[in-house]
Ligand binder design. Structure first.
Ligand SMILES: *[C@@H]1O[C@H](CO)[C@@H](O)[C@H](O)[C@H]1NC(C)=O
Ligand SMILES: *[C@@H]1O[C@H](CO)[C@@H](O)[C@H](O)[C@H]1NC(C)=O
Ligand SMILES: *[C@@H]1O[C@H](CO)[C@@H](O)[C@H](O)[C@H]1NC(C)=O
Ligand SMILES: *[C@@H]1O[C@H](CO)[C@@H](O)[C@H](O)[C@H]1NC(C)=O
Length: 235
């Protein structure tokens, strides 16, 4: 535990020194650098350091979400509340997270690549959406886009459970190359407020490759804390 805390402290120090170098993804609607955004209507976990402007979160603040900018979410009917909550997490992460530039796509500006996502998070997401309907496998590429930039189905609507085999399949297909299910059960993102600590740990680990992947117990401390935090929040 002490070791983890020291590592975390080291990481926080290192990150705060680098803070002013932090940049946003060079994509549509992203800021140049993350700044505080007090009036977010959703995506609140990013309000201290946000790459999105409050405006884009307005459409996410109502349930059911009808559309975000020019992309309709309800082409196969409204999503269930739980499924929608996962879609929101992803939308918020992509648009607002101050960390996405770390995973900027090597070829496509504004895209992200191989963000290490937790297996269990994808499984829960799949479980939440399995009875909802979709007409696209890849939400970024498979739509017919009209002259106004609005999305339309090319294929019939089927359930998520028909579209994707399991959570891994879903996470690694729905957003193209954006997400990659991590081999680690804890050095991975859940698109929640604990990601900050996990990312700091990843940065510390990659700075010090010799301590790298060997110490499993050390790796899993954030997971344990995360669980406790989630249990507290659930009540
Ligand atoms: C909204 O969509 C239009 C058309 O696709 C695009 O030009 C614009 O950059 C988008 N805005 C945001 C904030 O994504
Ligand atoms: C979707 O939600 C909207 C807003 O609550 C509602 O007006 C509409 O009837 C719903 N559509 C379906 C197909 O349930
Ligand atoms: C998910 O499905 C793929 C493809 O069938 C399979 O290779 C993989 O083992 C499955 N993963 C889990 C965690 O069940
Ligand atoms: C870096 O690795 C060395 C050797 O494994 C270890 O002694 C040290 O505690 C590590 N430092 C951090 C910050 O992880």
């Amino acid at each position: 535990m002490l070791r983890f805390l020291m590592l975390l402290l080291f990481a926080i120090l290192a990150v705060s020194i680098n803070e002013n170098r932090q940049e946003c993804l060079k994509g549509v609607g992203h800021k140049l650098r993350p700044t505080q955004e007090k009036d977010l209507k959703e995506c609140f976990i990013y309000k201290e350091s946000s790459c999105c402007y409050a405006e884009i979160t307005e459409e996410l603040a109502h349930s059911p979400v009808i559309k975000v900018n020019t992309t309709y979410w309800n082409r196969c009917g409204n999503l269930s509340n739980l499924c929608e909550s996962y879609m929101k997490k992803m939308e918020c992460f992509y648009r607002c997270s101050p960390h996405t530039a770390r995973w900027a796509h090597s070829q496509y500006a504004g895209a992200i690549q191989s963000v290490p996502i937790c297996q269990s998070f994808c499984d829960d997401w799949y479980e939440a959406c399995k009875n909802d309907l979709t007409c696209v496998s890849n939400w970024l590429m498979d739509w017919k886009i009209d002259a106004n930039g609005e999305n339309h189905c090319k294929n019939e609507c089927i359930s998520y459970s028909e579209m994707y085999v399991n959570g891994t399949d879903m996470c690694e297909k729905m957003w193209g190359e954006s997400l990659k299910v991590s081999n680690s059960p804890c050095l991975c993102l859940r698109l929640n407020e604990m990601d900050n600590a996990v990312i700091k740990l990843m940065e510390a680990n990659s700075r010090n490759s010799s301590s790298g992947r060997s110490d499993k117990e050390q790796d899993c401390h954030p997971k344990m804390e995360l669980k406790q935090r989630e249990e507290v929040e659930a009540h």
